[in-house]
Design a binder for this molecule. Sequence first.
Ligand code: HEC
Length: 200
Amino acid sequence: MSPEEKKNTEQNKIEYDPITNEPLVQGESYDGIKELDNDMPTWYKWLFYLTIVFAVIYLVRIFIFKAPDLIQADEYAAEMTKFKNSATEKKAASFVVKLQTSPAALAKGNEIWHQICAACHRPDGGGLVGPNMTDKYWIHGNTVQDLYNVVTNGVIQKGMLSYKNQLSNQDRLDVVSYVLLKLQGTHPKNPKAPQGKLYK
Ligand code: HEC
């Protein structure tokens, strides 16, 4: 039997749905109900191929490249950092610049002063490269906020550095409070000549 003939006899066996005239699945009958022998819809097949492509990309990313957005622990860590950062930002936004009077704050201010600021302003605040902190003369103003701004932003062109990144908000506030409460009004020997305006 030639392939052509074989195909014909096979086709002859095919039963057709009496209403739609479409071929029925051969040899399958459930309680007399026969299924149509339709192909799967094209879109459905493509959906299936897509899931395969997706799975391959997904597995390669997760097992070979260890993509941080797919590893649960990394994802969790990233979310936590995001949350913590937003919490610190909120805290920074609500930070109030106000003279600190507690012994703990002033002790911290004292420590920072001697560690960082004394090199230019002298340990006793008498002034060296930087201005005298003990007199009533100020270049940039004498309020807590004025001093805080100078320490935060610096006066780079004049040699005063910005401590925005090196010191926390609280540290900067503690050290300027120390200047105003512990150095202001003292009379160290050989002070640097007054600079700026007199504030009474
Ligand atoms: C590298 C040297 C240097 C260091 C370190 C330094 N300063 Fe200064 N500071 C200066 C100079 C110079 C000026 C003067 C800026 C100007 O002429 O505008 C100044 C100005 C200031 C002023 C403003 C004074 C005024 O008359 O208005 C304050 C307040 C101040 N410094 C505080 C600090 C504190 C607090 C620290 C430590 C955290 C510090 N400085 C560390 C060099 C320094």
